[in-house]
Ligand binder design. Structure first.
Ligand code: SF4
Length: 442
């Protein structure tokens, strides 16, 4: 007699959107893997496909709809989750054959939907997952999501309506996860949330004990705790609240990387008010200067929106002036694009598309010169880089000033016997607008 063993149920997964969505995907995959599901690398090999969507801007919505369409055509059994899942009618009206739609953050719901359409096998031997969970990033770096949702109401953004108000993870849980990641070989932790500096506000910054010490659920204590793990710690999406000043000495002491990703969005007080961003550009400039006085190596990254409704030429010029004064190291810029449900859609005086294009090009030109000059100043310095990959013999690494995917890289020359995930001391030998070149030193 032959005993037929049930084949392992296989899930295909399409992960779209920002690092926060990527962390959601990792959580869902970790859970499914723990329950004995296999992860299929292709549509054909999957019994069912989960599409984790993004709804941040119109292009992201279009990309998500395209991904659902493709998954349906290639596989046919599709569950949709993520930001776009908060508006199920957008999906079901267009794709009635989608099996189920669940919203962002609802890990339980998406896992339950998978159970309904593809029940798990009850085989304890399959419940083998790495202690750090399933990672979609290379093994040597990992995103650490510390909170979900946001209490701001920026008029161009619908994240709070999709993901709800700020909900922070307890600090003990976050530090334990970080420690586990480090034990699993992670060399760089990238801290993310919609608004990292608001971490713990919803929990009234309550204290918790971890490794015999009391820690407040607060970004400063978190940075201190992570700084003790002896890996690179990089902070993203740090809204410039006053207490962010407390992070700079930790950077100067080398506890966390001297890198700060501060989304500023604009420099004109009137536009910032229309965006409902509680910042003031003069104040921001003074803060940046004081941060640099404490930590001269600080690399600042920011994002801006050009062509916001009502933005005049003079206000745009003010933004360019701010860029020249602030001398930010890394900058991303987007043309304003209206997104369904955003309050900014109701604002008058939308900027014509060709003016947005022209402003974006001018903005990028000013910033490109600043970025190039700042990188050039690093030539001759000895720095430590983290090797990401080796591409046809070319060793590609990152310095403390380069976050994965969004910033530049460091190309290593004359480098042999080097592996991804390795720290290497190098001398910077060349630079262009985005990237650096370097040779290893002893
Ligand atoms: S801070 Fe503003 S832009 Fe960022 S998630 Fe919150 S509402 Fe959106």
């Amino acid at each position: 007699m032959t005993i037929m063993k049930n084949p392992t149920p296989r899930i295909g997964f399409v992960s779209l959107g920002c690092p926060k969505a990527l962390v959601d995907s990792e959580r869902i995959l970790t859970r499914l893997r723990a329950e004995g599901y296999a992860i299929a690398p292709s549509y054909e090999g999957a019994d069912l496909v989960v599409v984790n969507t993004c709804g941040f801007i119109e292009e992201a919505v279009a990309e998500s709809l395209e991904a659902i369409d493709e998954a349906l055509a290639e596989n046919g059994k599709v569950i949709v989750t993520g930001c776009l899942g908060a508006r199920p009618e957008t999906i079901t009206s267009r794709f009635p054959s989608v099996l189920e739609v669940t919203g962002a953050r609802n890990y339980e719901d998406v896992v339950a939907a998978v159970h309904r359409h593809l029940p798990p096998l009850h085989d304890p031997l399959l419940n083998l997952i790495p202690p750090a969970g399933i990672k979609l990033t290379p093994r040597h770096y990992a995103y650490l999501k510390i909170a979900e949702g946001c209490n701001h109401r920026c008029t161009f953004c619908i994240i709070p309506s999709l993901r709800g108000p700020l909900v922070s993870r307890p600090i003990r849980e976050v530090l334990t996860e970080a420690e586990r990641l480090v034990q699993a070989g992670v060399k760089e932790i990238l801290v993310i949330a919609q608004d990292t500096s608001a971490y713990g506000a919803d929990l009234r910054h309550r204290e918790e004990a971890w490794r015999g010490i009391k820690w407040r659920t607060h970004v400063t204590d978190l940075a201190r705790g992570l700084g003790g793990l002896d890996v690179w710690v990089r902070l993203h999406y740090v809204y410039p609240y006053p207490h962010v000043d407390e992070l700079i000495p930790l950077m100067a002491e080398g506890k966390i990387l001297p890198y700060l990703d501060v989304p500023l969005q604009h420099a004109s007080a009137r536009i910032l008010k229309l965006m409902r961003r509680p910042a003031n550009a003069d104040n921001t400039l003074a803060r940046i200067q004081s941060w640099r006085a404490i930590c001269p190596d600080l690399v600042l990254r920011s994002t801006f929106i050009v062509g916001f409704p009502g933005e005049t030429e003079a206000e745009f010029e003010e933004l360019l002036e701010f860029l020249r004064d602030a001398q930010l190291d890394r900058v991303g810029a987007f043309k304003y694009s209206p997104i369904e449900g955003a309050a900014a859609n109701a604002l008058p005086d939308s900027v014509p598309e060709e003016v947005k294009e022209e402003r974006l090009a001018r903005f990028m030109e000013v910033q490109a010169a600043i970025s190039a000059a700042k990188l050039k100043r690093r030539i001759g310095r000895i720095e430590t880089v983290l090797v990401d990959k080796i591409n046809e013999g070319q060793v590609i690494a990152r310095s403390y000033g380069d976050a994965p995917e969004i910033d530049g890289v460091v190309y290593l020359e004359e480098a042999r016997g080097i592996c991804p995930g390795q720290f290497v001391n190098v001398k910077i030998t060349g630079a262009d607008t985005h990237d650096l070149w370097a040779v290893p030193v002893d």
